[in-house]
Design a protein around this ligand. Structure first.
Ligand code: BES
Ligand code: ZN
Length: 445
């Protein structure tokens, strides 16, 4: 690999392409344009499509009749950097320490998708790709892929393919080739509680009116039983019992409760009774509070009754659950627990269904072979994961194809958190993986 490859990866990382932040919209667009130029430079036919929000980058080689068509999907948008003060170095100034790259997006997903791009570049330099390739890289994955779903429907003919491959998931441990066959879905919901018409002096009015911050705390508390189970009626309806073979296979993986405790730094692991942490995160649904606010947040004290308070929630969903249905159940539960003296309103968010596919299908086996080649000498892990990639079900519905999830992220990659990082070793393995994958898929056709 030329030395410039890492330089280019760093250029990619320097764009603050935070999709959720309207003030970063120009940076997101600039990142898409840079990517488009890179893909053109390696010899692909590239289009950068504007959407109602962030651009979609598409690139393809010269397609030939009779060959397999593979779509490789990734995203160039990243999560916000807050709390920025907890980063060891600025999030958009990539730095290498002991062979590990630190930057927002280093793993999720710029490092992983750029490794694929470099694999393709290497292959094109040597000659032809063994497959018809469609590279689709979007800028809204971290906010639910709403415009990509619309784009897929309106461009389904041009995007027709035999399968999709994604590197945007994890490896169970360093060096362990990992194929993911299940992802949790997601349903986001913001809860707003309002009370008095304006902020009030807490001495003059305290005792006579309800406090929205207290109300939001009560509402959040009513979501779970004290043992960790979700208390929303019907929340667990329709979820199949976890298969014994999965429980046994996951128990044998080189990542379990001890590693989860170490990687999170949490004083104790807690969750739904009767399940290990892998089962809780991969195969059981949850409700998490992603943010809570209201009232005085500054230094010192301020004696105030805030007029409003909010909580941002996401539910992670497993097969058997539907985002819309779960959101309705959560709303009904919160409405029936709303304390007197305040009003509650809900703002809808993105939603995505859970995903489950067969890792032993013809293409699944080819992916296993490619992973073994990229990470030689270690037994392959077949896993589900707790994160979500909203578009995978849309690929299935609109294009009629399954997705292979070949992850390169390590458990301590700190995705979505300060000091996100990606080892250069995994970056190089990703390049090998791309080469091996396209060859194995072509052979499996
Ligand atoms: N790469 C992640 C998804 C992921 C992470 C899958 C780890 C499996 C293991 C992706 O970029 C992501 O973070 N997705 C969001 C989607 C959401 C904002 C709609 C997520 O899961 O929170
Ligand atoms: Zn992410």
């Amino acid at each position: 690999m030329p030395a410039s490859a890492v330089d280019e990866y760093f250029q990619f990382l320097r764009f603050p392409s935070i999709s959720t932040d309207p003030e970063r919209a120009a940076d997101v667009t600039a990142c898409a344009a840079w990517l488009g130029e890179k893909l053109t430079a390696i010899g692909l036919h590239t289009e950068v499509h504007a959407t109602a929000r962030h651009p979609i980058v598409i690139a393809r080689n010269d397609h030939q009749a009779g060959r397999l068509t593979v779509m490789i999907y990734g995203h160039y948008d990243v999560q916000p950097v807050d709390p920025v003060e907890l980063w060891t170095s600025p999030p958009f100034e990539p730095r290498v320490e002991n062979g590990v790259v630190f930057a927002r997006g280093a793993t999720d997903n710029k490092g992983q998708i750029f490794a694929h791009i470099l694999g393709i570049e290497e292959a094109l330099r040597e000659g032809e790709l063994p497959v018809n390739l469609i590279l689709l890289i979007e800028g809204e994955e971290e906010i639910g892929s709403a415009n990509l779903a619309t784009f897929l429907s309106s461009h389904r003919e041009e995007l027709r393919c035999d399968l999709v491959a994604i590197s945007d998931t994890g490896m169970v441990a360093p060096g362990v080739p990992t194929l993911t066959y299940g992802l949790r879905g997601i349903a986001a919901l913001e809860v707003r509680v309002t009370g008095s018409a304006m902020d009030l002096h807490s001495g003059i009015y305290g005792g006579a009116v309800a406090n929205p911050a207290t109300a939001i705390a009560r509402l959040i508390a009513c979501l779970h039983h004290s043992d960790g189970r979700v208390a929303v009626p019907g929340f667990y309806d329709g979820i199949p019992v976890l298969a014994q073979w999965e429980r046994e296979a996951w128990a044998a993986l080189p990542f379990g409760d001890a590693e989860m405790a170490a990687v999170t730094g949490a004083p104790e692991l807690v969750g739904e009774p009767g399940f290990t942490s892998l089962e809780r995160t991969w195969a059981r649904p949850t409700i998490e509070v992603n943010g809570i606010g209201g009232g005085f947040q500054g230094t010192g004290t301020k004696t105030v009754i805030p007029r409003e308070a909010f909580a941002k929630l996401t539910c992670r969903l497993v097969p058997g659950q539907q985002p819309h249905d779960v959101v309705e159940k959560v709303k009904a539960h919160l409405s029936s627990h709303t304390p007197r003296g305040v009003r509650v309103e809900f703002l809808g968010g993105h939603g995505a269904e859970p995903y489950y596919t067969d890792p032993h299908s013809k293409f699944g086996q080819a992916a296993q072979k490619a992973l073994q080649e990229a990470f030689p000498g270690r037994p392959l892990a077949l896993i589900r994961e707790g994160g979500s990639i909203p578009i995978v079900n849309t690929f299935k519905e609109v294009l009629g194809v399954e997705t292979l999830l070949l992850g390169l992220a390590l458990p301590d990659c700190r995705a979505h958190a300060p000091d996100e990082n990606f080892p250069l070793e995994n970056f190089h393995a990703g390049i090998r993986l791309n080469r091996a994958l396209l060859a194995a898929l072509a052979a499996a056709k």
